[in-house]
Each structure stands twice: as structure tokens, then as C-alpha cells.
Design a protein around this ligand. Structure first.
Ligand SMILES: [Fe+2]
Ligand SMILES: [Fe+2]
Length: 152
């Protein structure tokens, strides 16, 4: 497996959960469960992706701009997750923020898969693509065992 295939596995889970979240309503067990799953999925993926995809790319001149852009979007998603955590789920504004997050997630993944991955494909060597996949997966699995809230 190369790094792109490894990253895409989580992307599919994220798209699914983000969509499901926008179908929930009120302070329901379903909304709580899907939100926790999405939050932890985004967290584990972003930690591992930052460390074993973007940081190595950032060390190259050609990868600097895409890395800055992607990390800024990771930060924006984090802020939306925080807003959702701080807002009562029964609040009518909650769904509007969840939709913003879902749009942001979809936009970000599309940009990665249809833009950044192609550019990174030219920057990274074949050997790097394989070894980063292993490192990314180990880190992703490690952080999946942790809750995002445990870092705060
Ligand atoms: Fe990603
Ligand atoms: Fe990302």
C-alpha cells in the first residue's frame, strides 16, 4: 500500500460520517455517537497525515505551498469541531455548524485527492510513498485508540 491509498481509506470514513451527521437532529444518542466518531476519525487522521505526509512534503520547496494550505484547513476543521463541542446539541444553530463542517471536510478531501496527491506524487520517491504509508498507518491506529479530548 502506498501513502495515497492509506490516506484515502480514512477519507471514505470521514465523508460517510460527515454526511450522516447532517442527517441527525436535536440532542439525540445518534447525534452524540456520530459526532464522537467523526471527531475522533478527523483527529486520528489529521495527526498522522500532518506528521507522515505533510511534514516531509513541507521540507521540499515544491511542497511548501500545498502544505501550508492543507494545514490551515486542518485548523479550520478543528475550530468547527470545537464550536460543535461547545454548542448545546439541542441548539437550533448546531446543525448549521455541522453542515459547515461537512462542507469543509468534503472540500478538503476533494482538494487533497484531486490536487495535492498528484503534486505529492511527483515530489515523493516510490520508496517514500511506501514507508510513509507504514508510518502513517501506525500513527493513525495509535491515535484512534485515544479520544481527541484526551489531548486538551
Ligand atoms: Fe486527508
Ligand atoms: Fe487533510
Amino acid at each position: 500500500m502506498n501513502i495515497f491509498e492509506a490516506l484515502r481509506q480514512s477519507h471514505d470514513i470521514q465523508r460517510n460520517l460527515a454526511h450522516q451527521l447532517t442527517q441527525t437532529s436535536g440532542d439525540s444518542p445518534e447525534r452524540r455517537a456520530i459526532f464522537e466518531q467523526l471527531k475522533n476519525e478527523l483527529f486520528a487522521h489529521a495527526v498522522a497525515e500532518d506528521r507522515y505526509f505533510y511534514i516531509p512534503l513541507m521540507m521540499t520547496d515544491a511542497g511548501l505551498n500545498i502544505t501550508r494550505h492543507a494545514l490551515a484547513e486542518h485548523h479550520q476543521m478543528d475550530e468547527l469541531l470545537e464550536q460543535l463541542t461547545e454548542t448545546e446539541m439541542s441548539n437550533t444553530g448546531w446543525l448549521a455548524i455541522a453542515k459547515q463542517l461537512s462542507d469543509k471536510v468534503h472540500h478538503h478531501l476533494k482538494e487533497e485527492e484531486h490536487g495535492f496527491f498528484q503534486q505529492a506524487g511527483k515530489i515523493l520517491s516510490e520508496q517514500q510513498k511506501q514507508s510513509l504509508a507504514k508510518q502513517y498507518l501506525a500513527e493513525y491506529e495509535k491515535y484512534q485508540q485515544m479520544s481527541k479530548n484526551s489531548l486538551v
